[in-house]
Each structure stands twice: as structure tokens, then as C-alpha cells.
Design a protein around this ligand. Structure first.
Ligand code: UDX
Length: 479
């Protein structure tokens, strides 16, 4: 069945349609799935957004309340929360991703099942009985349980289509012996954009490798696949995915899709945004500032931090750097680092904040380029604003994203694994001054225009979103 089959209007189903959205509990998953929730609510669909209790508390603490959906008179999204099964004082970091995954499978699935049974019977407050689940594709149990209870489930994946396609290929690469890569092999030859899971795996039993391959293969069991990308950016990856998963909706970038929603897109920050950096940017010349942020998961050593810092200072450019409280590995902070930051602040050359309103920063006229870890959300946000990128990919899908940014879309430079101060300095110069920078800016602008077109009326993502809405409404059982 193709997604077009669902275009037939499911008249009258709107009021009785209720979707439960369940993201994996991490920042890069919350943002885009909350944007999807808000868009579906604007399309007259009841939405329950399921958080973990730990994250829900953090969201309420860090947001002023007005960045979450359901804040205005418009459509509402109701929040529910279940425990993730880990003690409160345990870090939920990239290094512990598998621990969090195991805990969710073992300790949260019963609470999730109970909630679904409840919502299926119509005990969801003012909402009708739940008629569809959209679960993060990296949580196969969430899809299986919904289907077992007779509730149709769709899978949402947060990375790019190209990354998802790479994960699909892992079993084949293992079979052909191309994975794992032998110790000591030159990773630069011949493929440079391999996800970190593949690069670091030392055996075919590597837990991370098995995890991404398993969850990706499992997504094919869902009724549909939803991706935060657009046809213009990834036509060949999307067509490869559709050979396995015919009902695949490319609806991104979701933060720029405003189908029926009047308000600014939802923000779901686990850290409190420091808005003083916007006032600082207001005082800077046009395109003069390098915005530096390595997303929500990346962790760096003291040495790497110092190389970045000295490279940025050496470039002579002003910069705004998001240094999350957990960006530097444990025990890495020194007084020297504090005083360097203070010194730069005094000279008004640099600002360091713990968490920034990133989309607003990227849209600010003072920002000239974005030094990023190439998380997919960050990549899309930069793309929509037409800001060239300098990529220092950290893990997972990020190596693929940085490769596409530099070699396919040609809207940025890829530092790959290195971050010596001389490289940082050279990259900043190349991205900010001279003919190469002009060229990057031109193609970033052209890409921004094409991507924005996809999410406007008549664009491919806009149309895919309408089809998705019709598909969801067609699943509603008569109440
Ligand atoms: C990771 C993966 O790399 C990503 O590709 C995957 O899809 C989800 O998990 P993460 O490290 O969180 O993601 O990066 P990214 O996908 O870029 O998401 C970070 C989000 O946090 C972005 O939406 C960004 O706008 C937001 N952010 C970041 C802020 O709002 N403020 C900041 O200071 C930094």
C-alpha cells in the first residue's frame, strides 16, 4: 500500500482521533517529536505526549511554561509520564544510552502497557479512546505493545534518512565481512562517513552495533515510517528506504513546518535557556559571530576544550559557545578554564552560556557560521536559516550528517575527528572570510530556500504531512 492510498478523507474521524506520541527520553528526540505533536494537534487530532517522569520534571523546571504546547488558547497536547526505571542521580548520558534503553524495556514497558489499556478504554480525560501510537523507532517494544493491544503503531526516527539507511545496511555489511572494520585499518579509506557505531565496533556482537541494526530492522514492522527530512535533501536514501518501507512520510524539517499551527514551534529544553546571549548578539556586527554548540550528548576532554578555545581565540573571531554543565568529562574543569572564559568575556569577544535558545541564535543576523557536532536537529536548524556549518561529529549518525553537509550539500566544512587549534583556526577563517566562505554562504542560502519550499503549501513535506494526518484519521475506530 502506498501513502497516497490514505489521501481519501476520513471525514468525521477528526474529533475521535487520538494519538499517543512516545519519544525516546533524550533531548534530540523530544524536540522534534514535540513539534510533530503540536502539528497534529493543530490538525484537530487529540495528542497525548508520553515523557519519562525524570525528563518531564526537567522540562517543567527548565521551561518557563510558555515554550511547551498547550500553552495558549489553541489546540492542546496533554502530557503523561512514566518512570524510566533508573535512580534519579544516575546520568542519562550518551555513554549510558544502552543502560537507559535496557531499563525502559525492562521497567517501563508494563507502565506503558497499562497506560495504553487505560487510554484505549477512553480514560484519557477529555480525549477520546486512543486510536494510534507514534513511537520512537528506537523503542521496538513501544510499537509491539501497541499492536498487541490492537492499536496501530507508526515509527518515527529522529536521524536523517541517510543515517537510517546506513543502519539498515549493517546486517548486510556484517554478512559480507566489511564490518567490523579490522583494528588499525585506515578509516579514511574508502568510506569516510561511516557512523561511529560501525567505526568503533570490534566484533559482530558489539552491543551498540546490534542495537542500531535491530531497532532499524524492527521499524519495518510498523504501519508507517515518519522521518524528519525532505525529498529535496535525501532523494536516494528515501527511495532505498521505501523499497523496504513503502509507507514512509518525509515531513521535515518539522520545526519549520507550520501547517495550521499559528504559534512558534514548541521548544522542549531539558536545560534552562540563557537568553542573555541574544542581547549580546544584538550588539555584534552582522555575520561576525561563530556560534559553537555540540548538542545535548557530546562530551569532550579538557584537552579538546582547550584546543577549541585556543583555535577560536586564534581565529580572531567573536564567538558564542554553549558549554553545557556536563560538556566536559568528569573532573575536567580547571580554574584556568574559568579564567580564560572570564577574560574573553571582559574583552567582549566571547560569550559562554550553559544552554542557548538555539533556533533564535541561528536566525540572528550576527551569526556567521555554526560550529556543530552535526546532530540532525542542529543540522536542520542551521540549514533552514542558511547558516554554513563547521562540523565536528561526535557519535552515532553525526559522522554521516557531517559528510553530507560537506560533500553532498556543500554547505559546510568537516573537521572529522581532529580538533587541533590550528585546524579550528583554519576552519573558522575558511567559513567566515574570502571566496570559499562566499561560496559556502551562497549554497547554504540556496539549500535554505529549497528546504523552506518543501515545508510550505505545495511543498513535498507539507503534502506528506497532510497525507500522514489523513492516514492517522483513517485509523480511528468509531467511538
Ligand atoms: C542526537 C543525534 O545526534 C541526533 O542526530 C539524533 O537525531 C538525536 O540524538 P543531540 O546531540 O541532542 O542529538 O543533537 P541534535 O539532534 O542537534 O539536537 C539538539 C537540540 O537541542 C536541537 O534541537 C537544538 O536546537 C537544541 N539546543 C542545543 C538548544 O536548544 N540549545 C542549545 O544550547 C543547544
Amino acid at each position: 500500500m502506498t501513502s497516497d492510498s490514505y489521501v481519501t478523507a476520513a471525514a468525521g474521524a477528526a474529533a475521535s482521533t487520538h494519538v499517543l506520541i512516545f519519544p525516546f527520553p533524550a533531548q534530540g528526540h523530544l524536540n522534534c517529536m514535540l513539534q510533530l505533536a503540536e502539528l497534529l494537534a493543530a490538525a484537530d487530532i487529540h495528542v497525548t505526549f508520553l515523557n519519562t517522569e525524570y525528563n518531564h520534571r526537567r522540562l517543567l523546571r527548565s521551561s518557563s511554561g510558555n515554550s511547551l504546547p498547550g500553552r495558549g488558547p489553541g489546540p492542546k497536547v496533554q502530557f503523561r509520564a512514566i518512570a524510566d526505571g533508573l535512580p534519579d542521580d544516575r546520568a542519562r548520558s550518551a555513554a549510558r544510552l544502552l543502560e537507559l534503553d535496557a531499563s525502559l524495556r525492562a521497567r517501563s514497558s508494563q507502565a506503558y502497557r497499562d497506560l495504553l489499556v487505560d487510554l484505549r478504554e477512553g480514560s484519557g480525560g477529555r480525549a477520546p479512546r486512543v486510536t494510534c501510537v507514534i513511537a520512537d523507532g528506537i523503542m521496538p517494544f513501544a510499537i509491539d505493545i501497541a499492536e498487541e493491544l490492537g492499536i496501530p503503531a507508526m515509527a518515527f526516527r529522529t536521524p536523517s534518512a541517510s543515517s537510517v539507511w546506513a543502519y539498515y545496511c549493517i546486517p548486510k555489511l556484517l554478512q559480507s565481512g566489511e564490518l567490523p572494520i579490522p583494528e588499525g585499518a585506515d578509516l579514511d579509506e574508502p568510506i569516510r562517513g561511516l557512523p561511529s557505531f560501525c567505526r568503533e565496533a570490534r566484533s559482530s556482537d558489539d552491543p551498540m552495533l546490534r542495537f542500531v541494526a535491530e531497532v532499524t530492522a524492527h521499524s519495518a514492522r510498523a504501519r508507517a515510517f515518519i522521518l524528519n527530512t525532505c525529498e529535496h535533501l535525501e532523494p536516494s536514501a528515501l527511495s532505498s528506504i521505501r523499497a523496504r518501507m513503502p509507507v514512509t512520510y518525509a515531513v521535515g524539517p518539522l520545526h519549520a513546518l507550520r501547517s495550521g499551527s499559528e504559534s512558534a514551534p514548541a521548544r522542549a529544553s531539558l536545560w534552562r535557556e540563557d537568553r542573555t546571549c541574544v542581547a549580546w548578539l544584538d550588539g555584534q556586527p552582522e555575520r561576525s559571530v561563530v556560534y559553537v554548540s555540540f548538542g545535548s550528548f557530546a562530551v569532550m576532554s579538557r584537552k579538546q576544550f582547550l584546543e577549541f578555545w585556543r583555535g577560536l581565540v586564534g581565529s580572531g573571531r567573536r564567538f558564542l559557545w554553549v558549554v553545557r554543565p556536563d560538556l566536559i568529562e568528569e573532573g575536567g574543569w580547571t580554574d584556568e578554564m574559568e579564567s580564560m572564559i572570564e577574560g574573553a568575556r571582559d574583552r567582549d569577544r566571547a560569550r559562554v552560556v550553559g544552554w542557548a535558545p538555539q533556533r533564535e541564535v541561528l536566525g540572528h543576523r550576527a551569526v556567521g557560521c555554526f560550529m556543530t557536532h552535526s546532530g540532525w536537529n542542529s543540522t536542520l536548524e542551521s540549514m533552514v536559516e542558511g547558516v554554513p556549518m563547521i562540523c565536528w561529529p561526535f557519535f552515532a549518525d553525526q559522522q554521516i550528517n557531517s559528510r553530507f553537509v560537506s560533500e553532498v550539500w556543500r554547505i559546510g566544512l568537516d573537521m572529522k575527528d581532529t580538533c587541533e587549534r590550528s585546524t579550528v583556526e583554519r576552519m573558522v577563517r575558511e567559513a567566515m572570510e574570502g571566496d570559499a566562505a562566499d561560496e559556502l554562504r551562497r549554497s547554504a542560502k540556496a539549500t535554505a530556500e529549497a528546504v523552506r519550499k518543501s515545508v510550505e503549501e505545495g511543498g513535498s513535506s507539507f503534502a506528506a504531512f497532510q497525507r500522514l494526518v489523513q492516514h492517522i484519521k483513517s485509523l480511528a475506530r468509531p467511538n
